[in-house]
Design a protein around this ligand. Structure first.
Ligand code: NAD
Ligand code: MG
Length: 368
């Protein structure tokens, strides 16, 4: 198999499951954590390795692996590799091109990179994607051929779920990175605090399952991940401890996963204390984008680009937490009226770059 984003939170867990299931790892791709990548190369001895930046070539210990650089390098690597399974655990827009190329190469796309769907779901064969996201795995687990009334996913509420509302705007990265339930990469941890992660996941659910009747609720323990309400009046729920190894194991080998104790079962006595609370717009203003995005999912390109760029500045302590939602909303007001068909990767990447440049200017003007 191939693991893209191997040094991240999902990538490391995917390699752990690959070892447990005795799957050969043919290729690895990572960003700039070269020391961890070097350790992974020593352990898994891949034939192919891709890194994001040529400045890191000097520190790379490839041990005979053929080396590729950049997004085009990942695509070339995908063409040469013979594995049929690609786990895409790259973070951000950089994951879209490899997702498209995975399907172009007729390989199976196991997708953690939800930004691929947000910024380009209409270019992907979404029915052929295996989801690696706890909520979408839960929906897949519950899915039957009975008529569905509504899909429901849950949110933990993120780092600021108990912060007084008036104090949220002024928060900085050190507090935003303290997620109550999950250990994840920095960007998704910020997205969880702002509820952008749930907006992305609602679009992800739309692209994967084809329904627009989707709602999210806060479930603080992260032990119910998804529910399906059926037309007949029944509701089913997926309970599991918050551990991404479960969806990853199913993406790698569903038969082995179903026959293996991957994570411990839930303590049933906890279930009585589970509550589902609505997501308040006073605390999470970005959740207010839900209906607009479901109406016109291609707006996801603007939302994704402005959010990613704003988070990059936030992680450098250049803006405060409250600016994240303001920047996304302003970007939408400028770029949404000019939205075009976006029927190619090239068109999407061009809009993505324009939105980012506009955000940089806006942020620069706010600082100076
Ligand atoms: P992370 O920041 O821990 O890891 C990201 C990985 O992508 C790293 O290996 C990094 O080196 C690599 N990367 C970044 N830019 C790259 C580039 N240009 N080229 C090649 N590699 C690049 O993030 P994560 O938490 O593992 O999340 C990865 C993806 O999975 C995100 O899209 C996230 O939304 C999604 N996801 C994560 C979780 C989770 O529990 N962590 C759950 C569901 C979905
Ligand atoms: Mg999720």
């Amino acid at each position: 198999m191939i693991v893209l984003g191997s040094t991240g939170s999902i990538g490391v867990a995917a390699l752990e499951i690959a070892s447990a299931f005795s799957r050969e790892v043919e290729a690895l791709a990572a960003g700039r954590n070269i020391s961890l990548l070097n350790q992974q190369i020593a352990t898994y001895r891949p034939k192919f390795v891709a890194i994001a930046d040529e400045r890191d070539l000097g520190g790379l210990e490839a041990r005979g692996a053929r080396v590729f650089v950049g997004g085009d390098g990942i695509c070339e690597m995908l063409e040469i590799a013979s594995s049929s399974l690609v786990i895409n655990a790259i973070v951000g827009f950089a994951g879209l091109k490899p997702s498209l190329h995975t399907q172009y190469c007729k390989k199976t796309l196991a997708l953690a990179n939800k930004e691929s769907l947000v910024a380009g779901g209409w270019l992907l064969d979404t029915k052929a994607i295996t989801p690696i996201d706890s909520e979408h795995f839960g929906l897949w687990y519950l899915h039957t051929n009975r008529a569905i009334r509504r899909l429901v996913i849950t949110a933990s509420g993120g780092a600021f779920r108990d912060t007084p509302i008036h104090a949220i705007k002024e928060q900085t990265k050190s507090s935003a990175l303290k997620h109550p339930n999950w250990q994840m990469g920095q960007k998704i941890t910020i997205d969880s605090a702002s509820m952008m992660n749930k907006i992305f996941e609602i679009l992800e659910a739309y692209w994967l399952f084809g329904y627009k009747e989707i709602e999210a609720f806060i479930e603080r323990s992260s032990s119910v991940h998804a529910l399906i309400e059926f037309v007949d009046g029944s509701t089913t729920a997926h309970f599991a401890l918050p551990d991404m190894r479960l969806p990853i194991a199913y993406a790698i080998d569903p038969i082995k996963a179903a026959a293996t104790a991957i994570i411990p079962p839930m303590d049933l006595s906890q279930i009585l204390s589970i509550r589902f609370d609505p997501i308040g717009l006073d605390r999470y203003p970005l959740y207010g984008l839900k209906d607009m995005l479901l109406e016109d999912p291609k707006l996801g390109v603007i939302v994704n680009a402005s959010n990613e760029q704003a988070i990059a500045h936030f992680l450098q302590d250049r803006i405060k937490f409250g600016a994240l939602s303001e920047i996304v909303e302003q970007a939408l007001s400028v770029f949404a009226p000019r939205l075009t068909e976006l029927d190619s990767y090239h068109a999407i990447a061009s809009l993505d770059a324009q939105v980012r440049a506009w955000c940089d200017e806006l942020i620069q003007s706010r600082i100076s």
